[in-house]
Design a protein around this ligand. Sequence first.
Ligand SMILES: [Fe+2]
Length: 169
Amino acid sequence: MADMNDRLDQWLRDAHAMETQAEAMLSAQAKRIESYPALGELVEQHLADTRSQRERLEVCLQRRSTSTSALKDTAGQATAFLQGVGGMMASDEIVKAIMASYAFEQMEIAAYRILITAAETAGDGETARVCQEIRREEEEMAALLMERIPEITQTYLARNEASLAEAKR
Ligand SMILES: [Fe+2]
């Protein structure tokens, strides 16, 4: 059975895979939501945060002297979760995208809460501190996304009505 340090290393690698996936998802989104500036800016900002989160996790893993070469094996683990959301190509893509992003942030928050506990239990205060810092960033992103949902939804609905009216003429 893996001891608590092996388990912590494994969960840190899982979090690294999760951030790698988030990075891919956010950069794809950033290109497709140009017509929603309020969201675009938020996504760009969180994309930068996400890159830095991935790097901070790498520093934790290196400090714990875990080989980072194993990291690429775990990239894409979160893909199944994202595929389950589906509908990204649908006409209401923007609404589905914000829903998927919010769900992803919540998954990240839970993952970091678990890591904080595991790091504290294993006596790795520095990893616990880094995970706490990242968790706060994820919570901030989740709150900002939630705050913008009404505005994005209204913009989508208004544009959809306008294009339907246009099509009828
Ligand atoms: Fe993240």
